[in-house]
Write a protein that binds this ligand. Structure first.
Ligand SMILES: [Zn+2]
Length: 100
């Protein structure tokens, strides 16, 4: 939905970062050296990584908006995000249906 023609790279950017892709995860993980960005524990197996959306928008998956967290630190975020996550999850499902 652009009022400024199809050459709006902002829209493309938004689409590009609508879902948390593997390459975005890898970017964030490499940046954090595969450690939790809160308690610095190294990720291995079941303790992570999990990804926090810093600005609270689950549709904004730019690496600058993401933090990698271990399961313990993500517990707190999960509570915060789950309130929005209900809608976010629905939108994610829609995205999967129409996105590709
Ligand atoms: Zn942690």
């Amino acid at each position: 939905m652009s009022f400024f023609g199809s050459g709006n790279s902002g829209n493309i950017d938004k689409k590009k970062y609508e879902s948390l892709t593997l390459s975005i995860r890898q970017t964030v993980l490499e940046r954090s050296h595969h450690r939790c960005q809160k308690c610095s524990v190294k990720f291995r197996g079941s303790n992570g990584p999990f990804f926090e959306h810093i600005n609270g928008s689950l549709k904004d998956n730019r690496p600058s908006n993401l933090r990698s967290l271990c399961d313990k630190c993500f517990e707190h975020v999960k509570k915060k995000e789950s309130r929005k996550g209900f809608l976010g999850g629905m939108r994610n499902n829609l995205g999967q249906m129409f996105g590709n």
